[in-house]
Design a protein around this ligand. Structure first.
Ligand code: NAD
Length: 501
């Protein structure tokens, strides 16, 4: 069904500083109404080829600018996005299904901050030097930009995660071809308009403080992963791919890029545990664990989906947690009283619902949400992809619900007795992205954090990030880390030089 009252939004690729139409398009849905409202270029090899050519052409000038010049440009981009923050937030909500409040307070401010952060951090890296007096040599390292970076991002935090890649890539002097998710392309297109604006009047003869992003430094190609994404991964002149998405896609990217020996950064899925000890401060733990389970409809790679609660407080925790989950209002993402918007697509909603059905069939108990409570939606949202926050108990550790990434508003609770037991159970999944640990015993928190197989461990909190420090997962959750120093290392090539005097 199409919304007749509104004209369709038609996106174009952004290549070499210009908007370029495509020969075919993909329909994009508004998840909260189920209407097609936007058409996204269905790019393939040809478009990717043009974008890579533009990025290659821009590389010599961009890579030879000083970090200070690039930093000024990143800050300018941050200012431009911030100026339009409200428009970006509305667009992200409409395109993705998340609440406007979430987009306004998390997604877009973080996209702005990604540019500001790397504009600053790029000014502060130094390289190593080592002297060998006995042989009269001094060794030092140099870091240089790699070339054209291929950046592929998912649909859950569209502009947030795309800028987390674009900012460090261009700060380090690379030029980029970015491929956002075909399901959430609008804010990347809006950002391209700002890049075009910032690029106008860009004068390369100015030695300092140039006014914008030169054409070709950031190219955005829209389309399907299997077509546009794969063309980028297979392109011989793209030596580096930064990917955020599912483990399955990452396996395919690894395979496809192997003949070219590409440098890969892979930020993948999670099956994140929360471990809650008897001495946890439940007044903090309950609201935070609700957020960690259901924020952004549970569509964050860092969301909690297995809650292990120590036996002494299990009953109390479950009672209070379920009572609070039932208070979460689901519906129109623009309604400020709503805590949870729509899931990304009809197919994804079905997939998430099926996990709940599977758990029930195995004998688990659904304590609230899907299948047990009724969801009342406003008239305009009847065809949207909504579901209630769902809590399941008595799920076996081996069950699919406890092993596979669901990526929706579903969380399982289970009781445990000892520290050793819970660590072993928490680690018994293929993923290792993020964990939370709740206890007021610092020794316990430290021991558990140390032994968890997890790239990130938050104790007595969740989603507090310092971008200076590494982000990334272990095991099937990824390869490589991103953050101030880690991104710098990933997006540059290092060379060791020896001088004999
Ligand atoms: P996805 O893997 O389906 O798609 C991610 C991106 O890859 C999209 O742009 C897609 O078009 C592209 N793609 C798909 N197939 C491709 C191929 N063959 N070659 C090249 N590109 C291809 O993931 P998704 O469904 O968009 O996102 C959800 C997943 O992302 C979840 O697993 C989630 O945990 C993960 N995620 C991880 C992090 C992290 O930082 N670790 C952050 C957010 C999301």
């Amino acid at each position: 069904t199409m919304a007749h009252s509104e004209a369709l939004l038609v996106l174009e690729n952004f290549i070499g500083g210009k908007f370029v139409p495509c020969s075919s398009y993909i329909d994009s849905y508004n998840p909260s109404t189920g209407d097609v409202y936007c058409r996204v270029p269905d790019s393939g090899k040809e478009e990717v080829e043009l974008a890579v050519e533009a990025a290659k052409a821009a590389f010599p000038i961009w890579s030879s600018k000083s970090p200070l010049e690039r930093s000024q440009i990143l800050n300018k981009l941050a200012d431009l996005i911030e100026h339009d923050l409200e428009e970006f937030a509305q667009a992200e909500s409409k395109d993705q299904g998340k609440t406007v409040t979430f987009a306004r307070t998390i997604d877009i401010p973080r996209a702005v901050y990604n540019f500001r952060f790397f504009a600053s951090s790029i000014l502060h890296h130094t390289t190593e030097c080592s002297e060998m007096t006995a042989v009269g040599c001094v060794h030092y390292t140099l870091r240089t930009p790699v070339g054209v970076a291929g950046l592929i991002s998912p649909w859950n935090l569209p502009l947030y995660l795309l800028t987390w890649k674009i900012a460090p890539a261009i700060a380090c002097g690379n030029t980029v071809v970015a491929k956002p998710s075909e399901m959430t392309s609008v804010t990347a297109w809006m950002m391209s308009k700002l890049l075009e604006k910032a690029g106008k009047g860009c004068d390369d003869s100015l030695p300092f403080f140039p006014s914008g992003v030169p054409p070709g430094v950031v190219n955005v190609v829209f389309g399907m992963g299997s077509k546009a994404g794969e063309a980028l991964v297979c392109h011989p002149d793209v030596p580096l791919i930064s990917f955020t998405g599912s483990t399955l896609t990452a396996q395919r990217i690894t395979e496809k890029s192997a003949p070219h020996c590409k440098r890969l950064s892979l930020e993948l899925g999670g099956k994140n545990p929360a471990i809650i000890f008897n001495d946890a401060d439940l007044s903090q733990c309950i609201p935070t664990t609700l957020r960690s389970s259901f924020a952004n409809q549970g569509e964050i790679c860092l969301c909690t989906s297995r809650i292990f609660v120590q036996r002494g407080i299990y009953n109390e925790f479950v009672k209070r947690f379920v009572a609070e989950a039932k208070k979460w209002k689901v519906g129109n993402p623009s309604d400020p009283t709503v805590s949870m918007g729509a899931l990304i697509s009809k197919e994804h909603l079905e997939k998430v619902r099926n996990y709940v059905k599977k758990a029930q069939a195995e004998g688990a108990r659904v304590l609230c949400g899907e299948g047990v409570d009724s969801l009342v939606l406003p008239a305009d949202n009847q065809k949207g992809y909504f579901m209630l926050p769902t809590v399941i108990a008595e799920v076996k550790d081996e069950s699919k619900c406890m092993q596979e990434e669901i990526f929706g508003p579903v969380t399982c609770v289970a009781a445990f007795d000892t520290e050793d037991e819970v660590i072993e159970r928490a680690n018994r999944v293929k993923y290792g992205l993020a964990a939370t640990v709740w206890s007021s015993n610092v020794g316990c928190v430290h021991r558990v954090a140390r032994r968890l197989q997890s790239g990130l461990v938050w104790t007595n909190c969740w989603l507090v990030r310092d971008l200076n420090l590494p982000f990334g997962g272990m095991k099937a959750s990824g390869i490589g880390r991103e953050g101030a120093k880690d991104s710098y290392e990933f997006f540059t090539e290092v060379k060791t030089i020896t001088i004999k005097h």
